[in-house]
Design a protein around this ligand. Structure first.
Ligand SMILES: Cc1cc2nc3c(=O)[nH]c(=O)nc-3n(C[C@H](O)[C@H](O)[C@H](O)COP(=O)(O)O)c2cc1C
Length: 437
């Protein structure tokens, strides 16, 4: 799948570039065909067979950091179900960059396991993307190599109310250089084990979004200030990753279109960030929103169920989350809940954009295509039914059965890993078996 020429992960597109074989339905009009989500697309050096991307959803399938056979089966199912690309969630760029111990670190030891995964995805005709992440001050690790967790700025750590790490430290120029190099090394390892793309996680409150956020970034050294200056370090990471792998791998960035709380970054900030990343040569932006600590309901467009709190094992996390439930706003799920914010970014840049957030129906996806989004990224709808893209394509299903109950979220901490509660439970044994061997 790798090589300097555009990779044809599109096993199904026909010679004139339309996707008739994927899309069993005959488009009603040329205009409908022009906007069909089943058309192939090129993202940097990568050809995708259609516009559907499986969003990174922490799988809970790497106990002790070892990718399991369940992780492989999960992503194979997404690929077999018709998505053009499936994203392996939260691949930490270093041990300190993890949020939890049960997460993949993109180190040498992970490579044979991840190779099994990428091979399985490729056999189903899809592409595989590794989400490269550093958690910064948002982590629940028992130990770190630094005294305090790293972030854009030092001082009180809001995430520490949950994690117990009450202070964070501002990254020095040497830290910036080292962490950027860790992203590069992780991207090279992703390439070495067969990934077709890397997604730089710049959202949800992790390290790179701690730079983008006015709440977290108070620097006065050229890496802080307005949204454009706050984007300087994330853009440097992008530049270095592009230099290292960008001719062969698609390099995408997941950003927030709103942080979803007073004093957080807005859609107008997202526009500035998108312009910086467009100038920096990113191949695609995935438009998300919300922050893990301040506004998790914004990420999901709906609240966490009480059950999500009860399965938490860390008593501090459990206590803080219970407390948060007392004042969190009630958010009622609505399809395409980031559309108004994402439109502002769409208007501002010409580069490829992937919409994300409550894409649950074929009509909704078609609307996104009409509005000029290039791809759609889907999380819960594909957890509910990995075959959804195929079913959209053959017309047998027009609307996902996902109820946005968010009960899949606490299951990421369960023995079987992340799953939809409306489906059969995951095979716990499979999740105990290393992917390779
Ligand atoms: C169980 C679960 C785990 C998630 N883990 C991650 C993650 O590791 N990285 C990430 O960027 N987003 C994560 N997300 C957020 C999703 O990628 C996505 O932004 C969110 O679910 C909204 O999209 P949707 O409406 O299509 O589900 C997770 C979502 C769910 C449901």
């Amino acid at each position: 799948m790798t090589g300097s020429t555009p990779r044809a992960v599109n096993a199904i597109a026909n010679a004139n570039g339309t996707s008739a074989a994927v899309d069993g339905r005959t488009p009603a009009t040329p205009a409908a065909e022009q906007h069909s989500p089943f058309r192939p697309i090129r993202i940097g050096p990568l050809n995708l067979r259609n516009r559907f991307i499986k969003s990174a959803t922490n799988e809970g399938m790497a106990r002790g950091g070892v990718p399991s056979k369940a992780l492989v089966a999960h992503h194979r199912a997404m690929a077999a179900g018709g998505a053009a690309m499936t994203t392996v969630a939260y691949c930490a760029v270093s041990p300190d960059g993890r949020t939890f111990v049960d997460q993949v670190t993109l180190d040498e030891a992970s490579l044979p396991h991840l190779r099994v995964l990428t091979d399985a995805v490729h056999r189903e005709g899809a592409a595989a993307c590794a989400q490269l992440t550093h958690g910064g001050a948002f982590n629940f690790l028992p130990s770190l190599s630094t005294g305090y967790p790293l972030s854009a700025s030092g001082g009180f750590n809001a995430a520490g109310v949950i994690s117990g790490r009450l202070f964070k430290t501002a990254m020095t120029p040497a830290d910036l250089n080292r962490v950027a190099a860790e992203f590069v090394a992780a991207a090279k390892r992703a390439e070495a084990c067969g990934f077709d793309a890397v997604e730089l996680h710049m959202g949800h409150g992790y390290l790179l979004s701690q730079f983008l956020s006015p709440k977290y970034n108070h620097r006065r050294d050229g890496y802080g200030g307005d949204a454009t200056l706050r984007a300087r370090f994330p853009a440097q990471v992008l530049a270095r990753v592009l230099d290292a792998v960008g001719n062969r791998l698609a390099v995408t960035c997941k950003i927030g279109v709103t942080e979803g709380f007073k004093g957080g970054a807005t859609a107008s900030d997202a526009v500035d960030v998108a312009r910086v990343l467009e100038r920096g040569g990113a191949h695609l932006l995935v438009l998300s929103g919300g922050m893990n600590v301040e506004s998790p309901w914004t990420i999901f467009g709906s609240n966490m169920p009480a059950a999500a709190v009860e399965v938490m094992q860390n008593p501090v996390v459990k206590f803080a989350t219970r407390l948060m439930r007392l004042w969190e706003p009630r958010v009622t799920f609505r399809p395409l809940y980031f559309l108004e914010h994402s439109r502002q970014v769409r208007k501002a840049v010409a580069m490829p954009l992937a919409y994300l957030g409550g894409a649950t129906s074929l009509a909704g996806v078609e609307q996104l295509m009409q509005e000029g989004f290039d791809c759609v990224t889907m999380g819960r709808a594909l957890l509910h039914d990995p075959q959804l893209v195929n079913r959209f394509a053959d017309g047998s299903v027009l609307e996902s059965g996902c109820t946005a109950c968010n009960q899949c979220v606490p299951l990421m901490y369960s023995e079987g890993g992340t799953a939809c509660v409306l489906r059969a439970p995951n095979d716990v044994q499979l999740n105990r078996m290393p992917a390779a061997g």
